[in-house]
Design a protein around this ligand. Structure first.
Ligand code: AMP
Length: 211
């Protein structure tokens, strides 16, 4: 089972991913988390990605496809995976289709978390994340501690207003066309209303997958 979690930055993919993963019994793979870990560790991948990420631009497709290809070959992803934050461009959709076909697998469904820009700006402006485990929080001040591992909550550089605006523009230009690509290639696309309580959105997503 390969499920793509899709939607604008701030739509709640990162919040929903672990909840859906627990309910479905499959791990998640978040390219943003992989890239932030690479930055913290100062690897060549992290250094290459840094400037793109800080501006809110997309990291080159070849870099992302390298991460995905390596991850899908890992035994822990053999039974299924929820992809969080990838696919973000049509070339990534094409590249992922090639990689999965080589493995005799396919993307089974795309869950698109639907939300308007005004709500996104409101959410991201109030978001902090744990600097160690990346768990996102709304309405908690930077410097507070993470409930899960006690790590310090920080504001992401790309949650600053200019970077948010850029990320929304990048989404419209480069990411939104991916939905049409999947529909045209016969992959199931479910639109999930992403406004409401975390539990309600999880229930909607699981309901859509069960249908
Ligand atoms: P996220 O945590 O998913 O919001 O990702 C944070 C940043 O990492 C994005 O704004 C991009 O700069 C980069 N990134 C993560 N996933 C991708 C992807 N699939 N394609 C290109 N850039 C990505």
């Amino acid at each position: 089972m390969i499920i793509v979690l899709f939607g604008k930055p701030g739509a709640g993919k990162g919040t929903q991913a672990p909840l859906l993963a627990a309910a479905l019994g499959v791990p998640t793979l978040a390219t943003g988390d992989e890239l932030r870990a690479a930055r913290r560790n100062g690897t060549p991948l992290g250094l290459e990605a840094q400037a793109y990420m800080d501006r809110g631009d997309l990291v080159p497709d070849a870099v992302i496809l390298g991460i995905i290809k390596a991850a899908l070959a890992e035994p822990r992803h053999a039974n299924g995976v929820l992809l969080d934050g990838v696919v973000r461009t049509v070339p990534q959709a094409e590249g992922l289709a090639t990689v999965t076909a080589e493995l005799g697998r396919q993307v089974d469904a795309v869950l698109c978390f639907d939300i308007d820009d005004e709500e996104i700006v409101r959410r991201l402006a109030g978001r902090t994340v744990c600097e160690t485990c990346q768990t996102p929080y709304t309405g908690r001040e930077p410097g507070s501690k993470c409930d899960k591992d006690g790590g310090t909550l920080v504001r992401r550089k790309d949650d600053e207003p200019d970077a948010i605006r850029n990320r929304l523009a990048v989404y419209e230009q480069q990411t939104a066309p991916v939905l049409r690509w999947y529909r045209e290639h016969g992959t199931r696309v479910a639109i999930i209303d992403a406004v409401g309580s975390v539990q309600d959105v999880t229930a909607r997503a699981l309901g859509a997958l069960a249908r």
